[in-house]
Ligand binder design. Structure first.
Ligand code: SF4
Length: 727
């Protein structure tokens, strides 16, 4: 028999916010290869280790053991789940949700989504929860990733719109990387930066990070900023720029407000104080201030080091202050460009897939915005009560206030801070539904219902990357087993709930389930219409135009193409068109180190793993770079405390403990520890002193969050460390 021809399908990598274009090769309904798409402007054909092994993680031999292939029901806590049909599963879910809503009100349910979902999935869920169920308890793991960047942009520039683009990497004369290990977390962008530096050796690269990461290896100047002190460092840089006369007074006068208050605030951020509290040298601060302010074009790239903080919004805004004060914005090569961790954190924001947002970058707190969305959806009103954000949602479930949790495409039992609270929430909730591609997650163990979802290579829709570029996601193979698309599951649940919650009324969810491309397109068109007149207006970007290649937003009606840079005319998205300086004071860490917990633990990514490893953990070769969990510690600390490299230790915080092997690492400053976030109980194993399973690094991390963005402080936990006496 002749083999079926190999097909090639253009799509997008599902891992990080770089959003690289891929070409998926498939044969006989199986993915057989992957290449970088040479026409995609994010990567021009290149892929990193994770992207280039996507086809291997998708092969049947590897993935099918991990894939969830049919709906399952768990009849008793701790029991093995048993198969159930799709209709029965959705009927049961809608019946139980309706009962909880009737008995306890709409706010007794919570939906927790993922930046891995496509924009169309997010749109359907948002309409289901805020439009039909009538609660704003919908949040996402993007809350852990970029909500501080959102809040920072809105506070200063007036809209959640990154003003720069990837091409600015090649156009910049100075690149300031802060709290970003792009070499590992955004490898293709880092390669672009390496190439730009090679082409222009005069380019200055400054890296500020508590760890001397691989990214720092490219730096002309490395600033080992102490954890949590970034706001003070930025204030100190502004102090120096003012003192040296490196401020752009014309730009400030013509395009901004609030500089006088900021000027007063940074008076105290003297070089001596900043150097001492941030752990930096005064000469390095002066050099950084000079390069930033005086380079013809300065681009900042930043990520979780700023975002995952109890001062996350203030950190973002303080960095943007520097761009506004020096006029380093709205020009080629200049501007603050936050890097999103996940492939569609940006798309989720666009459709309002967070507790405080509504479709088309509208704000829940704005009555006019709520009325606009209610009119778009054809409902009397969108509820005004603030929804619970990620940490708040699981705390409310642990307290019994939220009684049903619907979790799609994410693994909060591993990835959320303060794991014991999350575990209590999953144990206490009357209904836990997990909609997932993988059956192997920690969260899946708690599910009453497990609903199989499609994943990369099978999904249809769109995603938006860190530079506002919308790309198509296309199916190269059919859905595995009985898996359905996430938006299909949301719509089919919604249609069932409608018969219970608003019987006899026309459906709010008139989307074709099959063919899936028609339903996805209909959701896209509804989202597109909702952006009319908004900062992200894509009314000029039809589905057909998107078929021809990715485009950046905004792209309003009549535009020939999307806009690569924003604010080029100096007019911002604020009511008066002026950017706002943010004068938030510097606040120290929420959980300072002390005599009992003397180490500052930070978490981060490995180069070749992704999140909870549900996909990358299926492939042996991706463990070559980092084969096992390790706690990194400075050799001086090890010597002082009598630890040896490779020794098993117990690391404890005020919330939990973890047993892990030590690794000497002089890239950290003394009294700081680092451990990758990916390792779950499968790799750590065993039980702590309290008899509970060891869940991973988030057994230790804290639930404190930024009061504005509600993003948790995952980059710092006060911990202690002790030897483990082996029997
Ligand atoms: Fe995928 Fe990110 Fe690597 Fe690009 S850089 S191939 S999007 S993981």
């Amino acid at each position: 028999m002749r083999a079926a021809p190999v097909t090639q399908t253009r799509s997008t990598c599902p891992y990080c916010g770089v959003g690289c274009g891929v070409i998926i090769e498939a044969q006989d309904g199986r993915i057989t290869g992957v290449q970088g798409d040479p026409l995609h402007p994010a990567n021009f054909g290149k892929l990193c280790t994770k992207g280039s092994t996507l086809h291997l993680t998708a092969t049947a031999e590897v993935t099918r053991q991990a894939r969830l292939l049919q709906p399952l029901q768990r009849l008793a806590r701790g029991a093995q789940p048993v198969p159930i049909g799709w209709d029965a599963a959705l009927d049961q879910a809608s019946k139980q949700l309706a009962r909880i809503i009737t008995d306890h009100g709409s706010d007794a349910v919570g939906f927790y989504l993922s930046g891995q979902l496509l924009t169309e999935d997010y749109y359907a869920f948002n309409k289901l929860v805020k439009g039909l169920i009538g609660t704003n308890n919908l949040d996402t793991n993007s809350r852990l990733c970029m909500s501080s960047a959102v809040a920072g942009y809105k506070a200063t520039l007036g809209a959640d719109a990154p003003p720069a683009c990837y091409e600015d990497i090649e156009r910049a004369h100075c690149v300031f990387l802060v709290g970003s290990n792009a070499a590992w977390a955004h490898p293709i962008l880092f390669r672009r930066l390496e190439a730009a530096k090679a082409a222009n050796p005069a380019m200055k690269i400054i890296v500020a990070d508590p760890r001397r990461t691989d990214t720092a290896s490219l730096a002309d100047l490395f600033l080992p900023v102490a954890p949590g002190t970034d706001v003070l460092m930025f204030q100190g840089l502004l102090h120096l720029m003012l003192w040296e006369g490196w401020i752009d007074h014309h730009y400030i006068a013509d395009h901004t407000t609030g500089f006088d208050a900021l000027k007063r605030l940074v008076r105290d951020a003297t070089p001596e104080r900043v150097a001492q509290e941030c752990g930096l040298r005064e000469a390095d601060l002066l050099q950084a201030a000079r390069w930033f302010a005086q380079s013809p074009a300065t681009l900042s790239l930043y990520c979780q080091g700023l975002n995952q903080s109890s001062s996350g919004t203030a950190k973002n805004a303080a960095l943007i202050n520097l761009h506004l004060a020096t006029g380093q914005i709205g020009r080629p090569g200049a501007g603050p460009l936050s890097l999103t961790g996940q492939p569609n954190a940006m798309g989720g924001r666009e459709v309002g897939g967070m507790a405080n947002l509504l479709s088309g970058h509208r704000d829940l707190a704005n009555a006019a915005h709520r009325a606009e969305v209610a009119a778009l959806w054809g409902i009397p009103a969108v509820p005004s009560a603030p929804g619970k954000t990620a940490v708040e949602m699981f705390e409310a479930a642990a307290d019994g206030e939220i009684k049903a949790l619907w979790i799609a495409c994410t693994n909060p039992a591993q990835s959320m801070p303060d794991q014991r609270t999350v575990q209590r929430a999953l144990e206490r909730a009357e209904l836990v539904v997990v909609q997932e591609a993988f059956a192997t997650t920690e969260t899946a163990r708690h599910a009453h219902l497990l609903l199989p979802a499609t994943t990369w290579g099978e999904k249809i829709g769109t995603v938006t990357n860190s530079e506002r570029r919308i790309s198509r996601v296309r199916a190269a193979v059919p859905a595995a087993g009985a898996a359905r698309h996430d938006w299909q599951i949301a719509v089919q649940l919604a249609q069932r709930l409608e018969t219970r919650l608003r019987p006899g009324r026309p459906t709010l969810f008139p989307y074709a389930i099959e063919p899936a491309s028609a339903g996805a397109q209909a959701l896209w068109e509804e989202h597109r219409a909702s952006t009319a007149g908004r900062d992200l207006d894509i009314t000029g970007l039809s589905w057909e135009r998107l078929e021809q290649g990715p485009q950046q937003w905004p792209m309003p009606h009549g535009a020939a193409q999307g806009q690569s840079r924003l604010y080029t005319d100096g007019v911002f998205s604020t009511p008066d068109g002026r950017a706002r300086f943010d004068a938030s004071p510097y606040r120290p860490l929420s959980e300072p180190v002390d005599a009992r917990y003397p180490f500052s633990l930070t978490t981060g990514r490995l180069r070749d793993q992704w999140h909870g490893m549900s996909r990358t953990g299926t492939l042996g070769r991706l463990f070559a770079h980092a084969p096992e969990p390790r706690m990194h510690m400075h050799p001086q600390d090890m010597q002082r405390r009598g630890f040896a490299d490779g020794e098993l230790v117990q690391v404890s915080s005020r919330r939990g403990a973890l047993r892990v092997v030590l690794q000497a690492d002089d890239q950290l400053a003394p009294t700081r520890l680092f451990m990758a976030m990916h390792w779950g109980s499968e790799f750590l194993g065993g039980r702590g002193e309290d008899g509970q399973p060891l869940l991973g690094i988030n057994a230790l991390t804290q639930p404190a969050f930024c009061p504005v963005s509600k993003q948790p402080e995952l980059k710092h936990t006060a911990v202690k460390i002790a030897k483990v006496e082996l029997p």
